[in-house]
Design a protein around this ligand. Structure first.
Ligand SMILES: [Fe+2]
Length: 355
């Protein structure tokens, strides 16, 4: 697929390849740097179809916002899709960060998981567990405690190897309201001024599921509070993540923050709050976001390593149920090669375990 007008003189063993923005099947370029320092830019052969075009010939990709989000049309999700199609979906996911599929009403929990497992190993929520009879399905029901995720977050960052993908299916959708917003944490990093990039690269943050619930969740009901106390924090985790991680598949640098952040390593709580607000304001700026208006049967899949999301809680007493399958991730690595570490994992003696 790649061609070059000039061949690098050195053998491949003497080359270090630096992929620049090759997150998708649409290779823009690859830069090869020789040990001598000479650089070669290899351009894609645009006469050849990309892997995505080959695997999904009828594919229709409709971009929804400038920096992330695309609706993928003419694909029926299932566990029986060919490997090439799964690879293509993975590539689209890496490129667009969050992808949407309408009209997937044929999926039930089992088929949702049969599809999701094609993207990687499924993993249950570490404290809530999985819906009975499933490997990883987490039901978010607005009528039950913990069903409204109206805070900016990346899923499950209170553990070290938090999930890489989430696959969310709309089951019961309000007539109006209940949208979800995603933000692109790679673009948020990329658009920071150089001084803030350097600051972020040096910072580490402590993420925990045992955050100050009353302070953060002012709209929570008594059922929400009870779910938080007895289930969500049944085991308390504290994990240190670099504020900037290197994405293991794209090489992009992404910000790892959100509402599970408790403090910054080596900084006071007060300074940490200001740091969090500073970087979160960049992550959630409208230019970095895309918003999805749900219909029952929709599926949204996001790269949890490169996004945050927020479930808009504006639908009052209307009923909303979505179900999430979660794909296992790997331990984040900082720009200087250090890995995230879980410092605390403590079970509450009074906790009531989820079914
Ligand atoms: Fe979430």
């Amino acid at each position: 697929m790649l061609s070059s007008s000039r061949k690098p003189a050195n053998t491949i063993e003497n080359l270090i390849c630096t992929a620049e923005r090759i997150a998708t099947g649409e290779w823009r370029s690859i830069v090869v740097t020789c040990r001598t320092g000479r650089r070669e830019q290899l351009e894609p052969d645009v006469t050849q179809p990309t892997l995505v075009e080959t695997a999904l010939p009828n594919l229709d990709v409709v971009r929804l916002a400038g920096r992330l989000g695309a609706e993928i049309r003419n694909v029926r999700l299932s566990g029986d899709l060919p490997d090439a199609t799964i690879t293509a979906i993975n590539q689209l996911l890496l490129k667009h960060k969050v992808i949407f599929f309408r009209d997937q009403g044929h999926l039930d929990d089992g088929e949702q998981e049969r599809f999701a497992v094609r993207l990687g190993n499924l993993v249950p929520h570490p404290t809530v567990g999985a819906t009975k009879g499933t490997s990883s399905i987490l039901e978010l029901d607005s009528n039950r405690g913990g069903g409204r995720a109206d805070q900016w977050h990346t899923d499950v960052t209170f553990v070290d190897a938090y999930p890489k993908f989430s696959v969310l299916r709309g089951v019961v959708i309000p007539e109006f309201g209940g949208d979800t917003i995603w933000s692109n944490t790679a673009a948020a990093y990329e658009h920071l001024p150089a001084t803030l990039k350097r600051l972020a690269e040096e910072l580490w943050a402590v993420h925990s599921n045992a955050y100050d619930y009353a302070a953060v969740r002012s709209r929570a009901t008594e059922a929400d509070r009870k779910h938080f106390e007895e289930v969500f924090t049944g085991t308390i985790y504290e994990t240190e993540h670099p504020v900037v991680r290197v994405h293991p598949e794209t090489g992009e640098r992404t910000l790892v923050l959100g509402n599970f952040v408790q403090r910054f390593v080596g900084h006071s709580k007060a300074d940490g709050q200001k740091l969090l607000e500073l970087f979160q304001s960049h992550i959630t700026s409208p230019e970095n976001t895309v918003r999805w208006r749900w219909q029952a049967g929709d599926v949204a899949i996001w790269d949890n390593r490169a996004t945050q999301h927020y479930a808009v809680n504006d639908y009052g007493d209307q009923h909303r149920i979505v179900r999430r399958a979660t794909v296992d991730g790997d331990v984040p690595v900082s720009v200087d090669g250090r890995r995230s570490v879980t410092r605390t994992k403590a079970t509450k003696p009074t906790a009531v375990k989820a079914a």
